[in-house]
Design a protein around this ligand. Structure first.
Ligand code: SAH
Length: 350
């Protein structure tokens, strides 16, 4: 494979040309200098839109009860080894207060699909956060709901919603989820969220069981068509008490290449270097930023519940207070010439 080809493919992406499957395969396998070229181009693209600023999101994992049974996930309902918890509204407000003092201007409320958190309770929580911190954005990540519920959360003040599509291919979707869940429903939720007016995020796990390069290509095409404001990708990491407990994890190499490709295909997108990426490699998040990511999401959950939100094994930062997490990430970003900023960090169009 010659350098010229890779350069051409990158230039094509920069000009908004469609990525063919053949070109995609080349980007996923190109070695040495060519791989570096891909990453450099993606980083330059992110710099053009977001400069040296890295946005931080305070992640509050407020419940690990879940009615779903996704085969990959450590908080699936069948995992009887999971120690269940849910935070009270007061505890959540306390996380926000701490976060606000530390400079967070986005709070991400993530959890399993927990029936205790009715629409009314979610709305109450969202409106209280927005009342106390009107200069902050609230992001929800609480799974699949009826359109009416999404509308109610939005009316209560929620700004953004993260719902990874997990895989754009129905057959692959079926291998990762029980039969009650479908790719079509998941996509329907995403289109509803966008139509309501949320800044919407989709995404998928890299190296999830049974995933093929064709599947990933479909993910990229779906993302292009959906035009999300955010894309969350991170390596799949096995969790020992799930049906996929013995499967191989996704790799750093593939995740970085995909971050770069997603950045080049969607120049304005908000793209986190995820905790899962930091878990499979000690420099994963720094490398993620250098490959085109522009967001990090440190944990604001109380330390005593951190290790219970165990989607996968060996998750990092479960023992650190919020302030330590923020400082650690600020230093990590500075070490590569970037800067964590105090800002809502909305989607930018330039
Ligand atoms: N219940 C919410 C939040 C899910 S957790 C929802 O349905 O959207 C957030 C994300 O973690 C999931 O979308 C999934 O992509 C990721 N995740 C779950 N298990 C994982 C694992 N074993 N390895 C890596 N990522 C995982």
């Amino acid at each position: 494979m010659d350098t010229q080809n890779i350069t051409k493919i990158i230039e094509g992406l920069e000009q908004g040309e469609k990525l063919t499957f053949e070109a995609f395969k080349m980007l996923m396998t190109a070695g040495g200098d060519e791989k570096k070229k891909l990453m450099r181009a993606a980083r330059a693209c992110a710099d053009k839109v977001y400069g040296k600023d890295i946005y931080i999101r305070g992640l509050i994992e407020f419940t690990n009860y879940c009615k779903n049974d996704c085969f990959y996930c450590g908080i699936r309902k069948s995992n009887s080894n999971a120690e269940r918890y849910r935070l009270t509204k007061e505890q959540i407000m306390d996380c926000c207060r701490q976060g606000y003092e530390l400079g967070f201007r986005t709070f991400v409320l993530q959890g399993g699909e927990d029936a205790y958190y009715t629409d009314e309770r979610v709305c109450d929580m969202v409106s209280e956060i927005k009342r106390r911190y009107p200069d902050c954005a609230v992001t929800l990540s609480i799974g699949e709901k009826k359109r009416e519920s999404y509308q109610a959360f939005f009316d209560a003040g929620a700004d953004r919603y993260l719902l990874r599509h997990e895989t754009a291919n129905e057959e692959h979707y079926g291998k990762l989820h029980p039969s009650e869940l479908s790719c079509a429903d998941r996509k329907r939720c995403l289109w509803d969220l966008k139509a309501i007016g949320y800044q919407t995020g989709c995404g998928f796990m890299v190296g999830s069981p049974f995933q093929t390069l064709e599947n990933i290509y479909e993910d990229l095409i779906f993302i292009k068509e959906f035009e999300p404001h955010m894309v969350g990708i991170g390596p799949f990491i096995p969790q020992k008490d799930t049906p996929f407990g013995n499967m191989a994890a996704g790799t750093l190499d593939m995740t970085l290449r995909l971050l770069s490709i997603i950045r080049l295909m969607n120049p304005n997108v908000l793209l986190p270097a995820t905790t899962a990426l930091g878990t499979i490699d000690p420099k994963g998040r720094e490398l993620g930023i250098m490959s085109g990511a522009n967001v990090v999401m440190p944990n604001l959950s109380p330390v005593n519940v951190r290790d219970k939100y165990a989607l996968y094994d060996n998750k990092i930062c479960t023992g650190d207070e919020a302030a330590e997490c923020k400082n650690c990430l600020s230093l990590r970003m500075e070490s590569i010439g970037y800067k964590v900023v105090t800002a809502r960090g909305d989607y930018k169009v330039i």
